[in-house]
Write a protein that binds this ligand. Sequence first.
Ligand SMILES: *[C@@H]1O[C@H](CO)[C@@H](O)[C@H](O)[C@H]1NC(C)=O
Ligand SMILES: *[C@@H]1O[C@H](CO)[C@@H](O)[C@H](O)[C@H]1NC(C)=O
Ligand SMILES: *[C@@H]1O[C@H](CO)[C@@H](O)[C@H](O)[C@H]1NC(C)=O
Ligand SMILES: *[C@@H]1O[C@H](CO)[C@@H](O)[C@H](O)[C@H]1NC(C)=O
Ligand SMILES: *[C@@H]1O[C@H](CO)[C@@H](O)[C@H](O)[C@H]1NC(C)=O
Length: 433
Amino acid sequence: MYTKKKQHNTKQNKTFPDPEPHLPPLMKRESKFERKHVHNATELKLLLATLLLLCSVATLLQFIPLRFTNISPSNLHLCISSVSQQPPPPFTSHSTLSPSSSSNTPLSTPSSTQLLPNGTIKRAFIPYGSAAYNFITMGAYRGGTNTFAIVGLSSKPLHVYGKPTYECEWIPFSSPKPIITMGYKIIPDIWGYDHVYTAVVVNCTFNHTIINGDNNGGKLVLYASTSGAGDTNFNLTDRIEVLQEAPNTLDVSLFVSEPKYDYFYCGSPLYGDLSPQRVREWITYHVWLFGPRSHFVIYDAGGVHEEVLEVLKPWMELGFVTLQDIRDQERFDGYLHNQFMVVNDCLHRYKFMAKWMFFFDVDEYIYVPPNNTIKTVVDSLSKYDQFIFNMMPMNNKICLYEDYGKTCRKQTYVISYKIRESIQSGLKKTHVD
Ligand SMILES: *[C@@H]1O[C@H](CO)[C@@H](O)[C@H](O)[C@H]1NC(C)=O
Ligand SMILES: *[C@@H]1O[C@H](CO)[C@@H](O)[C@H](O)[C@H]1NC(C)=O
Ligand SMILES: *[C@@H]1O[C@H](CO)[C@@H](O)[C@H](O)[C@H]1NC(C)=O
Ligand SMILES: *[C@@H]1O[C@H](CO)[C@@H](O)[C@H](O)[C@H]1NC(C)=O
Ligand SMILES: *[C@@H]1O[C@H](CO)[C@@H](O)[C@H](O)[C@H]1NC(C)=O
């Protein structure tokens, strides 16, 4: 896990600029105290004024004719609630709250408060806006002749407390007959780490043997329904066009042919103040380890600053590294810069390009035992779909002197060193947790 802290966090914690830098410290403390005092005095005045007003109203009430003061308790409830419980209208002045207008039309907004014939007051609940999106797409990919994966984010409470549903529709360009299938959602965050948003992978598998078999093209539409979560009165459905296949672009041989790479690295979102020296060391070591038939996808969530880009550039030019700018996902508050969405997108986007995909961080180093290569290790595990590395902290004696006590103690420099062969059962799954 890459746990380096975000740099701007520490910046936010900085103390505020001194308001009066010219005054000696003692004077400053006094002046602060004075300000507080003044503030309190204003509050007191306001309170006194309010009390005075209330007393005057009470006094006045005694002189008002009886028919006006003969207000039944239920009417009174009505007035109070219609005045105080209405959401403040954005563009009207305070005149709506003045006694004259409220006595003329006390129920001007019957939707908010209503007196029922049996004497109860019906209260209304009026929703405004929407706190989190139903679905945010990152990518949609074909996973075979009749199956697709849509990777994105969705409101976390919607998934924790509700049961949103998904449907997929394939619309062929050449035929007017679309086909529909259920979408199955996979929530990678099984630990409950996510924040406002959680990563979602929707799997849409059609009953047909091949979609777009005539290669005339078509498009995939995702219907994301809240199914009554959020508001039981509504089943809101968003229609999202997630994928298009132009005519003559489907190449089904891709799913069965020899992949281009042996080893494919899917990175986690990079953020914070990354050391370009460490990144150079990491990429050089792993290109050496994985060899010429390997590729690395690096995700920039703000961590790839100019100097980091400089050390990645040569590897990009040699075709070893693809750099993706994912800074925009920062708008949507998820766990670790939406890492779960990002690695799942990488899996589905590139899975036909490699024999093996690796998921680890740039502060972790793969280590294979002496007299082994990455090839002998994975060949020994060829009957498995997935394997997990054992993790071990790196010996801090090998850290650079200038990093002593800094990088080595606080950082999570980790070696993934030995394939744990004991983890052999129950790993026949293809999505990444
Ligand atoms: C009062 O009347 C309304 C409709 O007129 C009804 O829906 C509601 O259940 C009643 N309240 C009680 C407590 O009986
Ligand atoms: C969807 O799920 C099915 C059944 O588990 C699987 O065979 C298929 O590969 C999945 N599709 C994608 C695109 O991952
Ligand atoms: C898919 O095919 C199976 C078996 O032929 C059938 O029972 C099922 O109803 C089909 N589902 C859909 C959505 O067409
Ligand atoms: C909501 O609408 C979708 C799409 O029409 C449907 O598949 C789903 O079953 C509905 N949910 C509920 C709870 O009615
Ligand atoms: C690695 O191989 C060499 C030569 O075959 C051998 O001498 C050495 O003992 C081996 N090391 C380990 C750790 O097996």
